[in-house]
Design a binder for this molecule. Structure first.
Ligand code: SAM
Length: 257
């Protein structure tokens, strides 16, 4: 569903004087074809309820609305973006903007009850998308892993999938296979709960302003059963010990070679 003619994202940034705030890790994507590409990695969103983290000037937000979602909920910490988001809410009639911090935002009642599916069923028609601020991306993904483990928040509705961006090196660690150089605790903790796929690398120069690093788009699908089925807090503890133990073993075997 195409939105009616709107000012471009660059115009919105100019119009509302949205200079990027460094402390909120603001790096915008102004190129709508790239925004559409990121959203396409989420799969078919027609009729879905979607939550976007950090919509900023609204490029990804527009791309999501154009996929014919049933409703889009956005969580944004910076109030300066709200006039632009309100314009999208008015023209689409399918957007609700929440002012808040994604790290503490309660998703338990975000989507309608009729979206709820059993955990063992296919994922529900709910999805989380975001070009995440670097400053919160790692704590946020671990908060989401804990919620997946407890089946709370967006995972009260079933195995809600996510399409999120991370600094390229972090994204590569998340998907690293056993025995690969990038394998780390992040790989073990995340892969315990989700099937993860690195879908695309976005060069840093595609963002305004450009960060010094490239960015990876990662898709997460919660597993029906975690690889190790123990309470979340215990898993992260066990993995930390296992990881250090394996590293030690590895060093010892290199020393004796
Ligand atoms: C990397 S920018 C992405 C902006 C936009 N989605 C885009 O791709 O052009 C990150 C966005 O997250 C917002 N943000 C930063 N910290 C946040 C937090 N704790 N909770 C919610 N939003 C946050 C920033 O204000 C900014 O709009």
């Amino acid at each position: 569903m195409r939105l009616p003619p709107l000012p471009t994202i660059s115009d919105v940034v100019r119009l509302y004087r949205l200079s990027a705030a460094k402390h909120l890790s603001q790096n915008f994507i102004l190129d709508m074809s790239l925004n559409h590409k990121i959203v396409s990695f989420a799969g078919n969103l027609k009729g879905c309820h979607v939550c976007e983290v950090g919509p900023g000037p609204g490029g990804i937000t527009r791309a999501i609305l154009e996929t014919d979602v049933k409703h889009l909920h956005v969580i944004e910490k910076d109030l300066r973006f709200f006039p632009g988001l309100q314009m999208l809410a008015d023209v689409s009639g399918r957007l609700t903007a929440y002012h808040g911090d994604a790290l503490t935002f309660d998703m338990n009642n975000l989507f309608p009850e009729e979206c709820i599916k059993s955990w063992d069923d296919e994922p529900p028609d709910t999805h989380i998308i975001g070009n995440l601020p670097f400053s919160i991306s790692t704590p946020l993904i671990f908060k989401y892993m804990e919620a997946i483990s407890n089946r709370t928040g967006a995972w009260r509705y079933g195995r809600t999938c996510m399409t999120l961006t991370f600094q390229k090196e972090v994204a590569e660690r998340m998907v690293a296979k056993p025995n690969s150089d990038q394998r780390s605790r992040v790989s073990i903790d995340i892969q315990n709960y989700c099937e993860v796929k690195l879908k695309h690398i976005i060069p840093g120069k595609a963002f305004v302003p450009s960060p010094d690093v490239d960015v990876g788009v990662v898709h997460f699908k919660p597993r029906k059963k975690p690889q190790i089925d123990l309470p979340y807090k215990l898993i992260t503890k066990v993995n930390r010990h296992l990881f250090h133990y394996r590293q030690k073993q590895c060093k010892n075997s290199l020393a004796t070679e």
